[in-house]
Design a protein around this ligand. Structure first.
Ligand SMILES: [Zn+2]
Length: 306
């Protein structure tokens, strides 16, 4: 199984202060863990193509994209929303993250690799079509999803999001489009406090109680996602891989352990196998305790690299 690894030094240039949890060290911690365990050498380190802005406008409005470029500061830091600081290197880092996922998609569709992990920041899944939210400027996974159907002609794309926060931005962009099945698990109640009931036919939310454990997630995933995903028969699985449901994470109150992310990796790989599709593209979302993030990402990636 060829798993492509996508990352870039540009992601470290999104520097919004040492007190902010969405810190450049997140990428370094993951890479260090992959390197020290030898797993990085089993992955295929892949170059990232230049961003094609045509890929962004499928997911975001022209007005929003223009506004991001207009407010991007030449020095210092501004707030693009109340939680989302934007510094000199932020927009370039966001473009680079979108370029990583679209390059990974291209490589998967051209059969250069089978699976991909994009170790990128800023994250993307809270960004809506027209709004910056929750540390996110561009919705990387929605950008890849829309390119997969509009450019590559796929008819069924599953989006799995196991970040501890609901995939409100991805749902905003992809809800109501039957080419997508969106499966989002998250702590409830918690940020972003958006629609957590299943009000959209192509969205299966799994709200999880604060302080619940990985075993509760596993049971809910098997009960609520397994049959739906198998019936949907995705030709491609996109994953918003957030690791902030870990017990040590400071941003939420779920009690998952590293093994739970390995279980999720194997669950997702099995869904792909049962649908005769090995195409799985994961992109980093949250995860703010560096040690837990590195161990959890390693655990997840090792399941998909087997
Ligand atoms: Zn999160």
């Amino acid at each position: 199984m060829k798993l492509g690894y996508y990352s870039h030094t540009e992601h470290l240039a999104h520097e919004v202060g040492d007190m902010h949890p969405e810190h450049p060290m997140r990428i370094i911690a993951i890479e260090h863990q992959l390197e020290s365990t030898g797993l990085l050498h089993d992955l295929q380190s892949c170059p990232i193509d230049n961003l094609d802005h045509a890929d962004l406008v499928r997911a975001h409005s022209h007005g929003y994209l223009d506004q991001l470029a207009r407010i991007s500061p030449e020095n210092g830091t501004i707030y693009a929303d109340k939680d989302t600081p934007m510094a000199v290197g932020s927009l370039k880092a966001a473009y680079q993250a979108a370029a990583a996922v679209t390059t990974a998609l291209d490589d998967i569709m051209m059969r250069r690799i089978d699976r991909a992990f994009c170790s990128v920041r800023p994250p993307g899944h809270h960004a809506t079509r027209r709004q910056t939210m929750g540390f996110c400027f561009l919705n990387n996974i929605a950008i890849a999803a829309l390119k997969a159907v509009d450019f590559y002609g796929l008819e069924r794309v599953a989006v799995i999001d196991f970040d501890v926060h609901q995939a409100n931005g991805t749902i905003d962009i992809l809800q109501g489009d039957e080419r997508f099945l969106i499966c989002s698990s998250f702590q409830h109640p918690a940020y972003p406090y958006s629609h957590w009931q299943n009000i959209y036919p192509n969205v299966i939310n799994i709200p999880l109680d604060p302080n619940s454990a990985g075993v509760d997630m596993r049971r809910a995933v098997e009960q609520q996602w397994l049959n739906a995903l198998q019936a949907f028969k995705p030709q491609l699985i996109l994953v918003s891989a957030g690791f902030d449901a870990h017990r040590a994470d400071p941003m939420a109150e779920l009690n998952w352990l590293e093994e739970d992310f390995n279980w999720l990796g194997r669950f997702i790989a099995d869904i792909g196998k049962s649908c005769a599709s090995s195409r799985i593209l994961s992109s980093l979302e949250g995860g703010y305790d560096l040690k837990a993030l590195a161990a959890s990402a390693h655990s997840y990636i090792s399941a998909l690299a087997e």
